[in-house]
Design a protein around this ligand. Structure first.
Ligand code: FAD
Length: 447
């Protein structure tokens, strides 16, 4: 559809956050008598799911060391559960399986899950953990595991199918999607509010803008004239680290083993929970037995008919460039710079074989098609969800966000005048105030 010259609400980005905000804003405007879906337009320079959302593994879990993250995820899981068909949601559960260095962290996650009523089972001790895992997969063989957290809710969703379902729900409420339009700037008025969104196809007057641009957030930060470096107060010492870069890119490492997904069913023949293992047990190559690492490593995996195999990933690594020098386009598998290579395939498949005997000798079946992509991370690797201008809300999820389908509902409530407490811990001012999230011992930046 052609670009109109104005719209009360403009949402930039048709990934999970843009689409969820559009759908929930349409519902909230109607419920509060302030308008309806016809007041909302979603702009995307490419199309629905063209960014990180379209390549996400789609894992949905609660397992976070940070209480604020757990509460937010519990809220999102309820939304996934509210319409599993439209959201292509598979509630198979999720398991965090860890070596001793993480046992205390995971024990505290379990305790707090009990406190918020999130159903999970916690198993401690090497023998007990092994027995529990063999009860699910008879070929379980990972060494050095001393705890298992089994979350009953959660699981995964088929990434693009779920977004088509969400977009259809928004469009049924009158939301318009305009794709193939690139936002190039924002005209700010003298008070710093956005008056007009500039695009490669003309200008769009608006009352409120939501930026949900995923890995492209840095460009919007620039358009909004926000600081590229910030000061972060250390709550323990009261001193501030100065000029910390606001954005840093990480390269996500994911791939698919091209086996029949049914290879990974449980002892009962059922679809299994998503498996996540973090361990310091030495990892040996399944190809030639040499030691790949003696440091802490982590992987996750699940059988997935959408990806056509057993799909998953390993810990990401930092892109060693300043954010302004990182080419976000072409994005994802289209970028030769950021796709995974033979090293990832060997590590990840060897790790699968370390955990389950059924994956031994399967390295040649790793799919050679390009996979992986980059994410824009904040200084503490936790989201910034905040109104960064009087009439502009920025959703910058620090690459946590496929699972966070509920953030759009909370943003819609904020736009319509309430202040949901679940978003408060993710305000931008936490850095200057030193009101930071606790840090875990996980090898992943988002745990
Ligand atoms: C390989 C990989 C695996 C992942 N796996 C998981 C997982 O299992 N679970 C999980 O919870 N999270 C996962 N994530 C993270 C998750 O995918 C992202 O956090 C989330 O999808 C971000 O959603 P978004 O809506 O903010 O951005 P995106 O999905 O990136 O959408 C942003 C949109 O903005 C558009 N856009 C950008 N610039 C402009 C512009 N100037 N004008 C108009 N439109 C513009 C883009 O075209 C894009 O469609 C993964 C990420 C990656 C990269």
């Amino acid at each position: 559809m052609p670009l109109p010259s104005s719209s009360p609400y403009v949402i930039i980005g048709a990934g999970i956050h843009g689409l969820s905000t559009a759908y929930h804003l349409a519902l909230t405007l109607k419920a509060t008598g302030k308008g309806d879906g016809r007041d909302i337009i979603v702009l995307d320079k490419t199309g629905i799911c063209a960014g990180a959302t379209g390549i996400a593994c789609g894992v949905i879990r609660n397992n976070y060391f940070q209480p604020a993250m757990r509460e937010l995820m519990a809220h999102s899981v309820k939304i996934w559960e509210s319409d599993p068909k439209s959201y292509s949601y598979h509630p198979v559960g999720y398991m965090q399986i860890s070596s001793e260095s993480m046992r205390e962290d995971v024990a505290s996650i379990f305790e707090q899950q009990q406190a918020i009523g999130y159903e999970s089972v916690f198993v401690e001790g090497a023998a007990e953990s092994e027995r529990y895992m063999k009860g699910i997969f008879s070929d379980w063989q990972a060494q050095g595991i001393t705890s298992v957290l089994h979350e009953m809710p959660g699981g995964y969703a088929n990434n693009t199918r779920a977004m088509q379902g969400l977009a259809a729900k928004a469009e049924a409420l009158g939301v318009r999607m305009v794709t193939g339009v690139e936002v190039t700037g924002m005209a700010l008025d003298s008070a710093g509010a956005i008056a007009t969104v500039e695009t490669d196809q003309g200008r769009l007057d608006c009352d409120y803008v939501v930026v949900a641009a995923g890995p492209w957030v840095r460009s919007f930060w620039e358009m909004l004239e926000l600081p590229m470096t910030i000061d972060i107060k250390n709550p323990a010492t009261g001193e501030s680290a100065q000029n910390v870069p606001m954005w840093i890119f990480w390269s996500l490492q994911e791939g698919t083993l091209g086996v029949d997904p049914a290879l990974q069913v449980t002892n009962d023949g059922a679809m299994p929970p998503v498996i996540h293992v973090d361990t310091d047990a030495p990892l040996y190559s399944d190809a030639d037995c040499r030691c790949l690492t003696e440091d802490m490593w982590g992987i996750y995996y699940k059988p997935d008919f959408h990806f056509g195999g057993v799909q998953g990933g390993a810990a990401p690594f930092i892109v060693n460039k300043s954010a302004e020098d990182v080419a976000v386009d072409p994005y994802g598998p289209a970028s030769p710079e950021f796709v995974v290579g033979a090293e990832f395939a060997e590590m990840w498949v060897s790790a699968l074989a370390h955990c389950q005997q059924r994956f031994e000798g399967r390295l040649p079946e790793f799919k050679q098609e390009p996979s992986g992509g980059i994410g824009a991370f904040t200084p503490d690797s936790f989201p910034v969800f905040d109104a960064m201008r009087e009439n502009c809300f920025v959703i910058a999820d620090s690459n946590h966000g496929y699972k966070m389908i509920g953030v759009g509902e909370l943003v819609a409530q904020t736009i319509c005048g309430s202040a949901p407490s679940l978003l408060h811990p993710f305000r931008f001012s936490r850095y200057a105030a030193g009101d930071l999230h606790p840090v875990s011992n996980s090898p992943f930046p988002w745990s």
